[in-house]
Ligand binder design. Structure first.
Ligand code: ZN
Ligand code: ZN
Length: 261
């Protein structure tokens, strides 16, 4: 069993990298499968793929689902497994197969793993004990889970589900490959953060989202934000707050949050 080949892609316009890192496109030469297709506009890497039967898309974000027309031009027989048609040019609809939970495509089983987006899928190869995680699990840090599409409860459930797989290798959408320990680390990181947010609100009822970003990210962790990354941090915080409200741990009064227990 040979490991998959990886292509690292950055956006052609600087400053729009969604998770900060280049995106990873994984090519399995034995199955002739490519997981994700990168930012639109970077195509040199396509020449390095000798054969391609399947394209498996993890979700519709533009860092993962570009360049499809170029790939289909080079490999006219390829089939595209897509969670939603929204990322795909209408001229390619006849190449498209909907990703369905539990269905197998070119030796890979599609697993619906919502949380980062509603349409997120991971792909599991049981023979190689390998999971291609897209933006469910990153090789470095944790992915964006916040409004409008993010859902922390769904995200945690998706992570718990992957814990049950027989795994050796994790191939993430960003960052280096990992081992199954990365799943537990990701769950723990999220749970610790939720606990931290709850405890801040418990000790100081009436904090706003902006207060929490200041206390947790800026004061405790010493992170400095640009205007754009501050908005991202506030939206991430909102994802935690929505989860705590749903769990009945806090309530929202206007812009402020108070503990319920
Ligand atoms: Zn994404
Ligand atoms: Zn991504």
């Amino acid at each position: 069993v040979s490991p998959p080949r990886v292509f690292h892609l950055l956006p052609s316009q600087p400053g729009i990298a969604l998770e900060g890192d280049p995106v990873n496109l994984w090519y399995d030469p034995e199955e002739k499968v490519l997981v994700d297709t990168g930012y639109e506009g970077n195509c040199d890497w396509i020449a390095e793929i000798p054969e391609l039967r399947w394209i498996l898309l993890t979700h519709h974000h533009p860092d993962h689902a570009g360049n499809l027309l170029h790939l289909v031009n080079r490999f006219p027989e390829v089939r595209i497994v897509a969670p939603t048609p929204s990322a795909v040019d209408p001229s390619l609809y006849e190449k498209l197969m909907p990703a369905r939970d539990g269905e197998s495509f070119g030796g890979f089983i599609a697993l619906h793993t919502p949380g980062h987006t509603r349409d997120h899928f991971a792909y599991y190869h049981p023979g190689k004990k390998a999971l291609y995680t897209g933006d469910l699990i990153l090789g470095r840090g944790t992915p964006w889970v916040g409004p409008p599409e993010g859902d922390m409860r769904a995200y945690l459930e998706s992570l718990e589900r992957t814990l049950k797989l027989d795994l050796i290798h994790l191939y993430p959408g960003h960052g280096p490959p990992g081992d199954p320990g990365l799943i537990l680390w990701t769950i723990q990181h999220r749970k610790n953060r939720l606990k931290e947010v709850f405890e801040e609100i418990y000790r100081r009822p009436g904090l706003t989202t902006q207060d929490l970003v200041r206390r947790i990210y800026e004061e405790k962790e010493g992170i400095t934000f640009s205007p754009v990354t501050r908005i991202v941090a506030e939206m991430t915080m909102q994802g935690y707050l929505d989860y705590l409200i749903e769990e009945g741990q806090i309530v929202r009064r206007g812009e402020r949050y108070e503990p319920l227990k």
